[in-house]
Ligand binder design. Structure first.
Ligand code: SF4
Length: 389
């Protein structure tokens, strides 16, 4: 069986004392220990890819079955209850030549969003922000610039930022638009850990989102990043008016890559007034949060060793909705009161939520999955399990 724990039909004679799960914390701990399986004996679906049809079947599962599978897969590959925390800083804001329909930074929507454009931030200010991020518990510092691609004169600036931030003991990530092979190599030489370049949605829906660049150009940059040795961060935006088929196709695109991105942000659209997509969604209604949670869980199952990140959209979510997203296998989020231009959950509310959920922060350095014993949580329960072939 590839990837998931063995699932059996309901068995009245089962020796598994599932009712004791309701007992005290100690009893529960003992039960978990008794049920624990050495994770190394569990088949791994690393390297095994779900077909498009299997991805669609996952989306169709009853939500609780999907969440349980996703959490089980998550625990096979990551330390339970541990989350990686990143901080994002905009190092050059607004006036972007691209026309992404959801983005307030596009110069094409400047007159309707009234976003205040800002030039490149000085290096020492970026370093000061990185120090604050580290002090507050972030292990990765992400820097974003609203460019179509970095120019030749921008490259020494971004290379210096990578070196300075790395010297603080933080992982580095950048999102600067398209990169050619030479630029990717320069950033790799500087020590850049991750490069973010989102596919946003399916190939089919992409032309409804942006017209100034193609899906293939997106994939070309991801290939250049991958070939340079930098880890790939590539995610989506859910709730832009796309269909479930588009969300299925987006997951399938990740699996068509030679290697799935190491980091996958699953954004929930923050509809911004004055942007074409924001205005449309505000007029027609937003997508159910549960569909975003489904997308997270399917992503976790299909990309079991990737960090799945809660990104834009968290600010408006309840504690319970975020808890379900973590149950669905998300294990990373952005920390700080602001993302590139949109608001984010406050640090104090994130600290409180982590305490209440019993989550701890993963610190920089260990990137290899630390496996932990896995409970055969679904044993004795009927479930529709969708396995990769
Ligand atoms: S999403 Fe990025 S590339 Fe698109 S308009 Fe905004 S800043 Fe530019």
């Amino acid at each position: 069986m590839a990837g998931l724990l063995s699932i059996s039909e309901p068995n009245a004679n089962s020796q598994t004392p599932t009712n004791t799960l309701n007992h005290s914390a100690n009893a529960t701990h003992d039960l978990l220990a008794a049920l624990a399986t050495d994770a190394t004996t569990v088949n791994s679906n690393m390297g095994v890819k779900h077909s498009r049809e299997q991805i669609a079947q996952l989306f169709d599962l009853p939500l609780m079955d999907l969440l349980l599978q996703a959490q089980t897969v998550h625990r096979q590959h990551f330390t339970a209850n541990e989350v990686q925390i990143s901080t994002l800083l905009s190092i050059k804001t607004g006036n972007c030549p691209e026309d992404c329909g959801y983005c307030s930074q596009s110069g094409h929507h400047r007159d309707t969003t009234n976003l205040q454009a800002e030039k490149r931030i000085e290096v020492d200010k970026v370093i000061a922000a990185a120090k604050r991020a580290k002090a507050s518990g972030s292990s990765r510092f992400c820097m974003g610039a609203a460019w179509k691609h970095p120019s030749a004169k921008d490259m020494p600036y971004v290379v210096e930022l990578v070196k300075e931030v790395k010297a603080l003991g933080l992982e580095t990530c950048m999102t600067l638009g398209m990169l050619d092979t030479e630029q990717a190599a320069q950033l790799a030489d500087a020590g850049l850990d991750y490069y973010n370049h989102n596919l946003d949605t399916s190939r089919r829906y992409y032309e409804q989102v942006v017209s100034t660049r193609s899906y293939d150009e997106r994939l070309d940059t991801i290939t250049n990043v991958r070939n340079s040795g930098i880890s790939v961060c590539s995610g989506n935006i859910v709730g832009m008016g796309e269909s479930r088929d588009d969300r299925i196709d987006w997951v399938h695109e990740l699996l068509k890559m030679p290697k799935a991105p190491e980091s996958i942000p699953v954004n929930l659209l923050v509809p911004i007034k004055g942007t074409p997509i924001g205005d449309k969604v505000l007029a027609e209604g937003e997508l159910s949060v549960l569909e975003w949670i489904r997308t997270i869980a399917v992503t976790r199952i299909c990309c079991p060793t990737s960090y799945v990140r809660l990104s834009a959209g968290r600010e408006s979510l309840s504690d319970a909705e975020q808890a379900l997203a973590f149950m669905g296998g998300a294990n990373s989020f952005f920390y700080g009161d602001k993302l590139l231009t949109t608001g984010n959950a406050s640090q104090s509310s994130d600290n409180r939520l982590m305490r209440e959920l019993g989550l701890t922060a993963q610190f920089a350095a260990p990137r290899a999955p630390k496996q932990v014993p896995v409970m055969d949580a679904m044993n004795g329960h009927q479930s529709q399990v969708v396995l990769a072939e």
